[in-house]
Design a protein around this ligand. Structure first.
Ligand SMILES: Nc1ncnc2c1ncn2[C@@H]1O[C@H](COP(=O)(O)OP(=O)(O)OP(=O)(O)O)[C@@H](O)[C@H]1O
Ligand SMILES: [Mg+2]
Length: 300
């Protein structure tokens, strides 16, 4: 896995990641689906002083709540029917890193247990009597804005503050379009090798189309588009004829661009002000009523 991208946003993230890679403090990552959270965690592991120790990844949405608890904390024989003496992932990740993906899907009670590990570095297997000391760096990610997670009750406030020692936000692909070209080159090379093809690159026209498109599935969507395109091509340059039609959107008008900008600024102001409308209005230097109207208009 490589962390590709030279936009100023991506470079900033990379530099920050390098700076915090040798610390033991927790990291909170926020990124929408497909923005490369796992790639980033992998990078932090690779450049940090725990690189020769395990990186253990657990998606908190992928397994049922009670199972998640035994996966993370381990079990002792007899804790429940069929329970065996088994290490949890915190023990497996000792001296290394545990990455808790989609933490906002983890049940709130279990989040309390995570907080305790972060406070004292001790885990207790389910049904166990002894506390086991672990030295694990915790990286957690959420796919919704963290304050929103807290305010909607998907993330414990105390855990949020404990994790938020270092915070990294992965912008959506549409907000770092300068990465598109390099990502395309990287994925073309990848699929050339995988599919034994000789595709040379993409035409400027296609780059323009990719710039105009919004990429709701972010980098994963771009990767999948190239995978699909390259199935049908043996060599040459990817041109407009090769691109799936739904990606071709017309140039936006100025009014639409301004609205988009306004919407993103308002969302940012709301999140910076903990969703307090009066404070966000002050921050934006507009009347409260105007802000309220715009929130409604943009469905924020
Ligand atoms: N900066 C990048 N450089 C190279 N490949 C990337 C980059 N970002 C993402 N990718 C690729 O895009 C795909 C999605 O990335 P990843 O799984 O890290 O996203 P994610 O944020 O964890 O998504 P999800 O929220 O759906 O789990 C992967 O195939 C990954 O290799
Ligand atoms: Mg992921």
């Amino acid at each position: 896995m490589e962390f590709v991208g030279k936009s100023k946003e991506t470079i900033k993230i990379k530099e920050y990641a390098e700076k915090i890679a040798n610390s033991d403090s927790p990291i909170l990552i926020y990124g929408e689906t497909g923005t490369g959270k796992e790639v980033l965690v992998d990078y932090i592991h690779k450049v940090g002083n725990r690189r020769n120790r395990p990186l253990v990844v657990q998606n908190c949405a992928a397994v049922p709540a009670n199972l998640l608890e035994s996966i993370l904390f381990g079990t002792t024989k007899g804790a429940f029917t069929e329970a065996t003496d088994k290490k949890g992932l915190f023990e497996v990740a000792d001296d290394g890193i545990i990455y808790l993906d989609e933490l906002n899907s983890m049940p709130i009670e279990l989040q309390g247990k995570i907080l305790r590990v972060l406070e004292d570095g001790m885990v207790r297997r389910i049904g166990g009597l002894t506390e086991i000391k672990v030295d694990v760096r915790v990286i957690a990610s959420v796919n919704t804005e963290p304050f929103e997670c807290v305010n909607k009750g998907f993330l414990r406030r105390d855990l949020f503050y404990r994790l938020n020692v270092f915070y990294l936000k992965l912008p959506e692909l549409k907000d770092r379009k300068e990465d598109i070209k390099e990502l395309c080159e990287y994925f073309i090379k990848y699929y050339n090798e995988k599919f034994k093809k000789h595709v040379k690159g993409i035409s400027n026209e296609v780059v323009e189309i990719f710039y105009r498109y919004d990429w709701p599935g972010n980098i994963r969507e771009l990767k999948n588009v190239l995978e699909s395109v390259m199935n049908f091509k043996d060599g040459g340059v990817i041109t407009i004829e090769d691109v799936p039609e739904h990606l071709i959107v017309n140039e936006k008008g100025l009014a639409e661009m301004i609205e988009e900008f306004e919407k993103s600024k308002i969302a940012e102001a709301l999140s910076l002000n903990d969703y307090n409308i009066s404070n966000a209005a002050k921050y934006l230097k507009i009347p409260r009523q105007t802000l309220q109207y715009k929130i409604k208009k943009y469905g924020l």
